[in-house]
Design a protein around this ligand. Structure first.
Ligand SMILES: Nc1ncnc2c1ncn2[C@@H]1O[C@H](COP(=O)(O)OP(=O)(O)O)[C@@H](O)[C@H]1O
Ligand SMILES: [Mg+2]
Length: 261
């Protein structure tokens, strides 16, 4: 019987793969998003524009992220100026400057399909019932989100745009149709309408007013929005600080997104 040839090694053994680390804080996440190498994994089919699910790597750090190239944006009659990507980055900057931290770290950068926005992927807690969450009126961060949406004039706060990471901590995504000059708030979060703004919201709005006047935000927003959109944002902050209540739904505009999910 012929002897079995010895098994041949076709390649040299690979060193064990070092597990990559997630960015450990906000600054590290921003650096990874700005400087990392972007690899497109696939397209999110639930999305209406080219919303790409990617991996971003730099050195030993790696994360999942969303990349929305401007080239994949569909034109919108009611947002004729600017880009969805620019408004997403502006929404992140507003949330950060006010101290809300409701928008995952988001940057404007170049990518395999040209410039666009790149946002850290948030692993949602699948145990949180999103419909029940969206109806809660005792959730502090959700209430912050309602105030944030009023400031950025969010025309598309759907239930599926809520990203809970625990029972009480959440993020929001999809801020491409914010910052319209006319009042166009369209959201599933109307449970506080007409109610007095809590003290923490007033503090955040005062902080934001200062940042819009002279902080880094005052320099950044004009790069992402038109001059009149920036002015309208300042006016919405002023109005909220004057009225000190959660806004009521607009009368001449559908107040809830359809479908709400
Ligand atoms: N940063 C993110 N982290 C986790 N999930 C996200 C993130 N961004 C988007 N998603 C998920 O992908 C879906 C589609 O993204 P979205 O931003 O809504 O795209 P589009 O602008 O095309 O509607 C969202 O509803 C959400 O479930
Ligand atoms: Mg969406």
């Amino acid at each position: 019987m012929a002897e079995k040839p010895p098994a041949r090694r076709l390649s040299r053994p690979r060193p064990p793969r070092q597990p990559k680390q997630s960015p450990d804080d906000h600054a590290a996440a921003l650096e990874l998003l700005r400087e990392g190498e972007l690899e497109v994994e696939g397209r999110l089919i639930v999305a209406s524009n080219a919303t790409l699910y990617c991996t971003i790597r730099r050195g030993s750090t790696e994360s999942a992220c969303v990349y929305k190239p401007i080239a994949g944006e569909r034109p919108l009659w009611d947002f004729p100026h600017g880009t969805l990507a620019g408004r997403e980055v502006a929404a992140y900057a507003v949330s950060r400057a006010a101290g809300w931290d409701l928008v995952p770290p988001t940057v404007y950068r170049d990518g395999p399909f040209g410039p666009g926005m790149c946002q850290l992927w948030i692993e949602s807690d699948a145990n949180v019932d999103l419909v029940a969450l969206s109806r809660r009126s005792d959730h502090q961060m959700l209430r912050d989100m309602a105030v944030f949406d009023a400031v950025v004039n969010n025309a598309d706060r759907k239930i599926g745009h809520l990203l809970p990471v625990s029972a009480e901590r959440l993020y929001g995504c999809d801020h491409g149709v914010c910052f319209g000059e006319e009042y166009k708030l369209r959201t599933v979060l109307w449970q506080w309408r007409g109610r007095k703004l809590p003290a923490r919201s007033i503090e955040a709005l005062v902080r934001l007013r200062g940042e819009l006047a002279s902080g880094p935000l005052a320099g950044e927003l004009p790069q992402r929005l038109t001059a009149s959109e920036v002015r309208a944002t300042r006016q919405r902050v002023e109005l909220l600080l004057e009225e000190r209540v959660h806004p009521y739904p607009p009368e001449d505009w559908p107040a809830v997104p359809w479908p709400p999910y």
